[in-house]
Design a protein around this ligand. Sequence first.
Ligand SMILES: NC(=O)C1=CN([C@@H]2O[C@H](COP(=O)(O)OP(=O)(O)OC[C@H]3O[C@@H](n4cnc5c(N)ncnc54)[C@H](OP(=O)(O)O)[C@@H]3O)[C@@H](O)[C@H]2O)C=CC1
Ligand SMILES: O=C(O)[C@@H]1CCC=N1
Length: 270
Amino acid sequence: MKMVFIGAGSMAEAMIKGIKNAEAFSQDELWVTNRNDKERLQLLTEKYDVKSSYDLSSLLTDAEVIILAVKPKDASDALQAIRPYVKGQLLISVLAGLSIGFIESIIGKAPIARAMPNTSAMIGQSATGLSFNDQILRSQHTLATSIFSAIGSVTHVEESRLDLVTGLSGSGPAYIYYIVEAMEKAASELGEDAMPFIIQTLKGAAHMLESSDQSPEELRKAITSEGGTTEAGIAQLESHHVKDAFAECIKEATDHSGRLRRQFEQAHNI
Ligand SMILES: NC(=O)C1=CN([C@@H]2O[C@H](COP(=O)(O)OP(=O)(O)OC[C@H]3O[C@@H](n4cnc5c(N)ncnc54)[C@H](OP(=O)(O)O)[C@@H]3O)[C@@H](O)[C@H]2O)C=CC1
Ligand SMILES: O=C(O)[C@@H]1CCC=N1
């Protein structure tokens, strides 16, 4: 099976690495192209042993899956470029905000899946939300699901939910890295010893959330002794309204995904 990535940036690399590591699909079947950065293509082909080409006709004509992984601002150009060669292949978009309707407005009726993975795909730990249009064959539904299952968890959602998935888990790893930056700064006196404490604390908390039947609030309360250190620390978070700030962060990212979509739709009279 031939799978072609249109776009060779961070998300394409995360998926390529995750798919290669999963050994779910033969490496000979992964192809990648971009707009003009030849050095980047060379790096990806050498690092992951995938193939590259700028000849869209030969790249796409016998492809089974086309994965669109360009920035939203470049989507229109990329879709116009591939349109002559899209003839029933499964087209998967990972773009934030870009609706299936927008893609159809350029490509026409075609089997389209819209996915929102995250960069933890690189280590097989993405949390992907996945939706489809009504042109998808049963076998293509299974294939798209198996591609994202190879690089993490997959949840089928209504397309209208993908803005929230984008704000929550598409961008989510960045919020966690942001917290880690703060923890690292606060623990700078430990020097390079700080990071192992931070990483294991995150891993332990994630595994507790996964395996315990207690809610996050109950788990937090079990750590918070009356008059103790956690209570003192959390009081600072409360005084800075950190919980509200996080809720607003996710809401703003979600709303931005909707704004991106509306911008495209207005620009193309959809
Ligand atoms: N990064 C992330 O964490 C996530 C990203 N996404 C989505 O993935 C998409 C890609 O993001 P990301 O990988 O970070 O972006 P990058 O900027 O890292 O990569 C974009 C790629 O698109 C290529 N490109 C641009 N125009 C064209 C074109 N007309 N034809 C072919 N290739 C083209 C660029 O090539 P060149 O360098 O030659 O210009 C580049 O390789 C975005 O739409 C984003 O919403 C989704 C989930 C998570
Ligand atoms: O920041 C972005 O727009 C992309 C989409 C989700 C994660 N990164």
